[in-house]
Design a protein around this ligand. Structure first.
Ligand SMILES: Nc1ncnc2c1ncn2[C@@H]1O[C@H](COP(=O)(O)OP(=O)(O)O)[C@@H](O)[C@H]1O
Ligand SMILES: O=P(O)(O)O[C@H]1O[C@H](CO)[C@@H](O[C@H]2O[C@H](CO)[C@@H](O)[C@H](O)[C@H]2O)[C@H](O)[C@H]1O
Length: 454
């Protein structure tokens, strides 16, 4: 193994974007090329990790290079690689501002550098010559904001095929949908014998906006501060926003169904969905022992999916909709990140699905927002009651907004919707066990409610 491969193998598991935490590595290889040779030089590496369970993943790692240690970049230090003249010092290039300029320079020039191709969308101005600032946050990918006008998202896990984030943003632009941030370009990398992988996406940065998670949790904080008031009585009531969010979600679904293919679900689809949910549960049980007590009830919920006669139109959807994926601007809600669930294979994220998956994702998110502050005080019954009330109020408002804008009535009796919520909660259990174990109780306790039929 080369010195750089060893350094990357040590460093990657500690990165937020590394999705396979806790999985045992069987091997690792790395190949890279220089995207820019100036000082600091910028190189891009594809790191292929194989696991003892037989799976493999490819991660994209851009590095910046310096001849001497850079004190101000100590938190971005990746490692020192011995060279003929001493050492070369590698840094996380996404956190080295000086190394962030070439991405947009190449996009403006529509360059090809080695295996990498830059595709400007040709619809709006791309800022050039300015450095990008990394967004810090709970992200599966890594984003740079350039001068408050554009945001570049680097997809960390590479898979051959067009990333749905690019594909869906492009489709919604054609539909002139008002609830997205316009696509400015994207970057691809060749994969021998396969379709290219999408490396990054550039879109308009929406300034002066707040994400839905932050707004919703402020509303919950207000409620907790006034523990004897109801959700509709405190100043920070969120229900109006939830209703508008339901309308925005419906508008996105309506436009996706208008400009991209749709199909009516046949019996096989219901059976396949029930099987997928069951398979996800079986895999999750091996990772989260706390799920065992819900397993039987979940299997019964999924069995109901196979036999329900609720009509479903299959179409492209968001795939991982939650409050952290929506931005409230001065005029309304913007929906972000159409990539789908990061842990799912790309081909399955591009399949036709049902809008109910997105509705379920957002309903789960209201539950999360209401209860994440209870993680530290699980015994507080008064607040737990208020949390439940807040979640119900906002879930109902979201559904009302969605139904009014789409003409599709969302029923709390729907076996499908309940199963999609439960399936999402199972996914979240695995996600939390791997990334935020002290939050695991949020989806786990929701499963008690969902399987009890409340
Ligand atoms: N176009 C945008 N304008 C403003 N902020 C954005 C934009 N796109 C993303 N963000 C911010 O970056 C965060 C992460 O972006 P997202 O696309 O969800 O990345 P990830 O796939 O890593 O979760 C969002 O929650 C939002 O705060
Ligand atoms: O935004 P990503 O595409 O990276 O989505 C992943 O991370 C999310 C957390 O950042 C995770 O969402 C879960 O936590 C949210 C609060 O942090 C909550 O609003 C969501 O409802 C809950 O699912 C998401 O599941 C995961 O795919």
């Amino acid at each position: 193994m080369s010195a750089l491969t060893e350094i990357l193998a040590d460093w990657m598991p500690g990165q937020r974007w590394f999705g396979s935490k806790g999985r045992e590595w069987a091997g690792v290889t790395e190949e890279g090329f220089f995207l820019d040779q100036s000082d600091p030089a910028l190189s891009v590496h594809r790191v292929r990790v194989s696991y003892t369970d037989g799976a493999t993943e490819t991660y994209l790692v851009p590095l910046s290079w310096r001849n001497a240690p850079a004190e101000e970049l100590s938190s971005a230090f990746v490692g020192a690689v011995p060279s003929a003249s001493g050492s070369n010092y590698a840094y996380d290039a996404m956190r080295d501002r000086d190394a962030t300029v070439p991405w947009l320079t190449h996009l403006v020039a529509a360059s090809t550098v080695g295996p990498m191709h830059f595709h400007p969308a040709g619809v709006a101005y791309i800022p050039e010559g300015v450095p990008g600032d990394i967004i810090s946050g709970e992200q599966s990918n890594t984003s740079l904001v350039y001068g408050e006008s554009a945001i570049l998202k680097l997809f960390r896990r590479l898979e051959p095929g067009l990333n749905p984030d690019v594909e869906i943003h492009d489709a919604l632009r054609q539909a002139d949908n008002q609830h997205i941030a316009p696509l400015l370009g994207h970057i691809e990398i060749d994969e021998p014998g396969q379709e290219p992988s999408t490396v990054a996406m550039l879109q308009t940065f929406v300034a002066n906006a707040s994400d839905g998670w932050r707004l919703a949790t402020s509303s919950v904080r207000d409620l907790y501060a006034e523990a004897d008031l109801h959700a509709d009585e405190v100043g920070g009531d969120f229900a109006g926003e939830s209703e508008r969010l339901g309308e925005a979600t419906a508008s996105v679904h309506t436009d996706l169904a208008r400009v991209l293919p749709t199909e009516t679900a046949d019996r096989d689809w219901y059976t396949a969905v029930a099987e997928q949910m069951g398979a996800r549960l079986e895999a999750a049980l091996a990772i989260v022992p706390g799920l065992t007590e819900h397993a039987e009830a979940l299997r019964a919920l999924y069995a109901a999916v196979a036999t329900t006669d609720e009509p479903v139109v299959r179409q492209r959807v968001h795939g991982d909709l939650h409050l952290g994926q929506v931005l409230r601007t001065t005029t309304g809600w913007i929906v972000l990140d159409f990539e789908g669930e990061p842990a799912r294979p790309l081909a399955s994220r591009r399949e036709l699905d049902t809008p109910l998956r997105d509705v379920a994702g957002m309903l789960r998110s209201f539950d999360y927002a209401s209860r994440h502050m209870l993680v530290e005080q699980p015994e507080d019954q008064q607040r737990a009651y208020r949390a439940h009330e807040w979640a119900e109020r906002n879930r109902e408002a979201f559904c009302a907004g969605y139904s009014a804008a789409s003409g599709i009535t969302l029923s709390s009796e729907s076996a499908l919707l309940r199963a999609f919520e439960a399936d999402k909660a199972v996914y979240e259990c695995v996600y939390e066990a791997r990334n935020r174990p002290n939050w695991l109780m949020i989806p786990l306790s929701s499963l008690s409610r969902l399987t009890a039929g409340d």
